[in-house]
Design a protein around this ligand. Structure first.
Ligand SMILES: [Zn+2]
Length: 166
């Protein structure tokens, strides 16, 4: 939110899209940019999860507990490409939380490693395929083994590298 606000104030971009795929609702950016039309906030999250009070994003997609790869990816495909064409952002911030993973301690969704990898590829292809600049930031990811969680976070960087190489 700070980076988006600075870029807008500097006139570096006119329109920003926040794609928040952390399993928890994107309540911070939703609240901060509730009255800011130059930042469109999109949150796809687990409905039955923290925070209990979810201030409305510009687009909220609430998935039921236990949604797996197929349902999750279908929902992403339903919304993200159309949203990019509608909002036509000059920059996308992607909050790449890995807590929708089936083994996440707080997530409540049921994505596999393969599902998460596919998600990262589809986001990057949808955004970069339209030549829109993309900022990717880490989001949630909760487990007892830090190496396993770190590996899940690495998927988005592998996907970005693969896209660059083609
Ligand atoms: Zn989270």
């Amino acid at each position: 939110a700070v980076a988006a606000s600075v870029l807008l104030a500097e006139g570096a971009v006119k329109q920003i899209l926040v794609v928040d795929l952390d399993v928890h609702h994107g309540d911070g950016t939703a609240l901060i940019f509730g009255d800011e039309p130059r930042v469109f906030t999109f949150s796809m999250h687990c409905d039955d999860n923290w925070p209990l009070e979810k201030p409305p994003s510009d687009l909220d997609v609430a998935l039921p507990k236990g949604t797996g790869d197929a349902g999750y990816l279908a929902s992403l495909d339903d919304f993200l490409p159309a949203l990019l064409d509608q909002v036509r952002p000059g920059l996308v911030f992607y909050i790449a939380g890995v807590d929708p993973h089936q083994d996440d301690r707080l997530g409540k969704l049921a994505l596999t490693d393969q599902g998460l990898m596919t998600r990262e590829r589809r986001v990057i292809e949808a955004v970069r395929g339209r030549s829109i600049p993309l900022v990717t930031v880490l989001g949630g990811g909760y487990g007892h083994d830090v190496h396993v969680v770190a590996q899940r976070h690495s998927f988005v960087f592998h996907a970005a590298a693969d896209f660059l190489v083609g």
